[in-house]
Design a protein around this ligand. Structure first.
Ligand SMILES: Cc1cc2nc3c(=O)[nH]c(=O)nc-3n(C[C@H](O)[C@H](O)[C@H](O)COP(=O)(O)OP(=O)(O)OC[C@H]3O[C@@H](n4cnc5c(N)ncnc54)[C@H](O)[C@@H]3O)c2cc1C
Length: 290
């Protein structure tokens, strides 16, 4: 099928883009990489009054900037740029690893970090890694700019805290630990994950961990942090018993769906087993090698 009739707007600046979103009173949609939006339009799962195509806004939205304690990534930065960026390799190695699990080459050449976070797919790798790394979402409208902590951003399956007239302009990441791991189980390569796990933390010279964050995908209607599990690991060395306890505590954050990919029972079975393996691997304390 083809999309329902709509207006096409191609702004030359962020200011023009937010004006266009305002003008359409929340009925317009932003077009970034189009990897999720275009199929949805074709299937008429949505009928916006207009598309606001932001692909000419690379000068404002297409930069990766490592400044002091913060790494700022523009909304229009494509997955392929994240894959090859030396700044991301050095400062956010988990993000670089995770992006390689998304789609195929064509999807990664077009898809954008802003589009993936705005899409808020509960099984998407990008929402999961942004949550695990404690990013902040920067949104702009004609009323100005605001910053939303990622922990408050995802509100449900494909739902988030962005207002319909707001443009996601970028993500701000704090300095991330270099010790991190990512695990994903799908039915086949390129399929949506039925379970994904991202872990980050820093061991000190005595092997005690701090800043532990464990993100889970595919086990709830948004990506979630396994807070009880992370608390069990914080400030300790990770022996086998501690890891096993943390892996069981992760179930507190899970309320998985039954869907075509897997039953809730299977996901609940898989989560502690895989998390235990990921933590055991990370406890070897080799930093991420890219
Ligand atoms: C074959 C295929 C395989 C895929 N595999 C995976 C996968 O393995 N894992 C995965 O996570 N994803 C996968 N995807 C989805 C892909 O990651 C999308 O690129 C991503 O979800 C959306 O990014 P985009 O830039 O293409 O956004 P678009 O499709 O352009 O937009 C997506 C949504 O976000 C909104 N939006 C986009 N940018 C902004 C912005 N700056 N401000 C406000 N709203 C905005 C749009 O209006 C739309 O509602 C796959 C897609 C395809 C086609």
């Amino acid at each position: 099928m083809k999309p329902a009739p709509l207006q096409y707007v191609r702004p030359a600046s962020v200011a023009e883009a937010v004006d266009a979103l305002e003008e359409h009173g929340g009925m317009a949609r932003v077009l970034a990489g189009g990897q999720s939006l275009v199929p949805m339009l074709g299937m008429r799962l949505m009928r916006p009054s207009a598309l606001v195509d932001i692909n000419d806004l690379g000068a404002e939205l297409g930069k990766i900037d490592g400044r002091g304690e913060e790494t700022v990534i523009g909304a229009l930065v494509r997955y392929s740029a994240l894959e090859t960026s030396p700044v991301i390799a050095e400062r956010l190695p988990l993000l670089q690893e995770v992006v390689r699990h998304i789609g195929d080459r064509q999807v990664r050449n077009r898809g954008t970090i802003g589009g993936a976070v705005a899409q808020s797919d509960p099984t998407g790798e990008m929402p999961l890694v942004c949550l695990t790394l404690g990013a902040r979402v920067v949104a702009r409208s004609v009323r100005g700019e605001r910053t939303i902590p990622i922990e408050e951003f995802f509100e449900g399956s494909y739902a988030n805290a962005l207002e319909p007239e707001e443009l996601l302009v970028g993500l701000r990441f704090p300095l991330a630990p270099v010790h991190c791991r990512f695990f994903e189980r799908g039915r086949k390569h390129n399929d949506f994950a039925l379970l994904s796990i991202a872990v980050a933390g820093s061991p000190d010279a005595d092997g005690r961990w701090s800043g532990v964050r464990i993100g889970l995908g595919g086990v709830n209607d948004t990506p979630v942090l396994a807070e009880a599990a992370a608390a069990r690991l914080e400030g300790r060395t990770w022996d086998t018993a501690t890891i096993a306890e943390a892996a069981e505590l992760a179930l507190e954050a899970a309320d998985p769906p039954d869907d075509v990919r897997a039953s809730a029972e299977y996901r609940n079975h898989l989560l502690p087993i895989q998390l235990r393996r990921v933590l055991t691997d990370l406890a070897g304390a080799e930093p991420w090698k890219t």
